[in-house]
Design a protein around this ligand. Sequence first.
Ligand code: GTP
Length: 617
Amino acid sequence: MPTRPEPIGSTPGTLRRRLATLAMVVLAVCSVAAGASSPSLDALLTEADALRTSDPKQVDRLIGEIEKLVPSATPSQLVRVRMLRVHRAMTSGASETAVAELRQILTESNDAPTRFQAASMLANTQAILRNFEDALRALDTALPLAPQIEDRDLRHRGLMVAAIVYNQVGEYALAKRYAETVAADQPVARTRCAIASVTLEARNGLKMPFDDATAEQGLAQCEGEPIIAGFVRWHFARHMADSGRAADAIALLDGSLAAIEATGYPFLIAQYHALLAELTLATRDLQSAQRHVDSALAISQDAMSTEAIVKAHYVAYQLALRSGGEEAALPAYIRFAQAERTHFNDIKSREMAYQVVRHQSMQQAQQIELLHQKNQLLQLQQSVTEQRARNWLLLALVLVVLVASMGYWAYKTKRMQLRLKRMTETDALTGIFNRQHFSERARAVLLQCERDGVPAALVMFDLDHFKQVNDRYGHAAGDWALREVAAAVQPLCRGVDAFGRLGGEEFGLVLPGLDAAAAVRLASDAQARFAAIDTTAAGYAFRLAASFGVAEAGTGMYTFATLLSHADQAMYAAKHGGRRQVRVYTADAPDILVAGAVGRLRDSVGETAAPALRIVV
Ligand SMILES: Nc1nc2c(ncn2[C@@H]2O[C@H](COP(=O)(O)OP(=O)(O)OP(=O)(O)O)[C@@H](O)[C@H]2O)c(=O)[nH]1
């Protein structure tokens, strides 16, 4: 039957404190990490930590002093004080108080070492209370934090709690692995002793043989640790018994029985007597067997070891069978059967606890994995959606850029076309219509006037003696004069009029809706403007004038070529009539002179008495 050291604190009465001391030796549940701001409190805490497993009375006295300094404690000191209180609760048998306080610490703290220590202590306390499911859950909280714990002793204590609890629930391989992990990490002597006990128990549970040297080496680590040393010897003895060395086992147990009884630890005392009862029965030392049965059963109430009880009842039944026969042995057999059932249930419930917690952990892990996968799926969907949105945005941007560049291109093309059109329609020097475009516009205007039945006039003018301007002042001055003349006429034109340069210094105007008299007025205005042009801006002083010819479109006379020819004739008459004058072409009286000398058109060709253009240098 498996046997294992029970967690400490489960035994009522006067032995409780000593049992708690053992728990502290094995699990060393204590405070760590000191704050620096209050040396006296730190000193008290350190002293209490040092004495926690050896002198509970002194620890109680120190706690009294520590409590007085709590109001001025730093947060880290407060954590140490709380751990000390938990320790005190455990050593005084107030396990439920310890559990509540540890749960509170776990709820409040995010600090890894604090949580590790609290969860390890909680696992230990729950095991003491035989709440193995809760103990295993507490380990599930503590163990993942172990790699973060830099304080080696604190880390070892937590891992050893795990090893002890796993032995208790029959998970010997796990227990052995944790003990070996700690063993490989330079543990202190006290921990090495606990490792020896846990390892031997696990090996027995796993039916793994070990030689005497292994057990003796373990015992060598247990100087000053009588209870743990007692466990090591008990596991050693059991190993001897299992390998047919009952006499050696009895000798080992008998040799240390007095020391074990001196510890006052009922669990271990009951275990010793129960195993001795079994072994002495096997060696037919019936008296000793009976004595050990009586001792084991006497302490069984405090021991809380179903294993020791069932062993003792079995030996009692065997002794009764041998002394009084089957009938006399029946009551003993019934007690044995009941004890065995209780023990069986106890074992099963421990093993079940492990399975339940593992199952729950697996379920939790699966749920976490499922959530993780769902989360990944959501993230994937989100990134797909985002990618799609980005693609749409990109597409929209490309479209916008495309449309914008197409628009810009269309705009540029249109502008280019317009510029080209203007260039083809415009006289480069003066900016007014060129001859070609003027002719087209004139034809269109005249056609419209004919349709509308309204009059129209065509005015032609040619600058007088312009050659002299070029010859005397240069071609640039001539160009300047041409631009000034065009600019002087433009304000006189309406939107419907067409004004163009017919070539050289010759210009034409088509004036829809105007008769000859109105056209003459406009020509006179233009003449006045030419006279007012200040040529000094070109660097020279000279005067500008022109000879104007006006033709009016009468009934059936809207043909541009005809009208242009008439105006040309009138202008020719103006030139020959003395220049700087306006002449109007009329079919019935073609020699009417307006705003200058009057004479028949054809007769008046040639110079007149009108003053020639005077050039002022
Ligand atoms: N600066 C300049 N001169 C031009 C341009 N086109 C024609 N001319 C000049 O205009 C002058 C026209 O001279 P003519 O035909 O003899 O006429 P005119 O000197 O004005 O004499 P009348 O018309 O008889 O009064 C010539 O010297 C041409 O070279 C031009 O674009 N720029």
